[in-house]
Ligand binder design. Structure first.
Ligand SMILES: [Zn+2]
Length: 289
């Protein structure tokens, strides 16, 4: 025992194979980070020791001892997901979360009463490669913490001054994720509604398209006064053809041409009209050819 209950707890979690890292703590009802506008008081990683946040988490006792020697008051972040073999069901009463308001029952498993008045149910992660959505469908106020997430573990201190405490202690083995929760979590994520990327090049276009875009923009930027509208029209025409053929995303062409043309001193209305007609003509030619 080190005499520091936080360090001892962090070491005992690490001994179970959980990856831990230091988190800021509260001082007088505020975050010890000192930022007046801190968004997550006493809940965000201590960046000077854990520069990659949850990705700095480790179960190496040497590193952990060093961390809590340097920051003896640090709260304890436990990384969830395969790295620790944990899924944590987080019920937050401020958003309507409560153990009695779930579509299924929860097994007896190590459980924390959080300093914010909520519950953390620690469950065995069913295995690598399984992704859990953050929200549990049909369960307001319920979050699943898995890969990339973390929770604060006892005896961390909430900004309210209340401590995180084990309600069902760690002498209880971790229960597996209950079937109803597992099923809800495995539900496929909704398909993205965004349009499919361009035929060949995806959102960045093809190297050929990008080279052409670069050339046209350079030519336009250097066009002598008096010739700028012609150069812009030819550029829009050429790039419209390439966009129609999938070499460039049309939105990018439109945006960049507009910015560069406006910087040459052409009027806004003129720029808009010339680009629109040039792009249209280019696309028509591409579709005919
Ligand atoms: Zn802070």
């Amino acid at each position: 025992m080190s005499g520091n209950p936080r360090m001892d707890a962090a070491l005992s979690y690490a001994a179970r194979g959980w990856a831990v890292f230091p988190v800021w703590w509260p001082v007088g009802g505020r975050c010890a980070c000192g930022k007046a506008d801190c968004q997550h008081p006493a809940k965000h990683p201590l960046g000077s020791l854990a520069p990659h946040g949850v990705n700095s988490a480790t179960n190496d006792p040497k590193v952990i001892r060093d961390w809590w020697r340097r920051a003896p008051l640090a709260n304890i972040g436990v990384a969830t997901g395969p790295v620790s073999g944990l899924v944590v069901l987080d019920l937050d009463p401020r958003n309507g979360g409560h153990p009695d308001r779930l579509p299924g029952s929860l097994p007896t498993t190590p459980t924390v009463r959080t300093g914010g008045g909520g519950w953390h149910y620690y469950l065995a992660h069913p295995g690598d490669g399984l992704r859990f959505p953050a929200k549990v469908p049909g369960c307001p106020g319920a979050d699943l913490k898995a890969a990339g997430g973390y929770v604060l573990a006892p005896p961390s201190l909430h900004v309210s001054g209340r401590r995180y405490v084990w309600q069902t202690p760690l002498t209880q083995p971790l229960a597996p994720c209950p079937d109803w929760l597992f099923e809800a979590a495995r539900r496929p994520e909704p398909r993205p509604t965004a349009p499919p990327p361009a035929v060949h090049g995806g959102s960045l276009g093809t190297p050929y398209g990008r080279a052409a875009l670069r050339n046209e923009l350079a030519r336009l930027a250097q066009a002598p006064e008096g010739d700028r509208n012609n150069v812009l029209n030819r550029a829009a025409f050429a790039l419209g053809k390439l966009a129609a053929a999938g070499h460039l995303p049309e939105g990018t062409v439109l945006g960049l041409l507009t910015i560069v043309a406006a910087n040459t001193g052409l009027g806004e209305r003129e720029v808009e009209r010339t680009i629109a007609s040039g792009l249209r003509a280019g696309k028509e030619v591409a579709h005919v050819g």
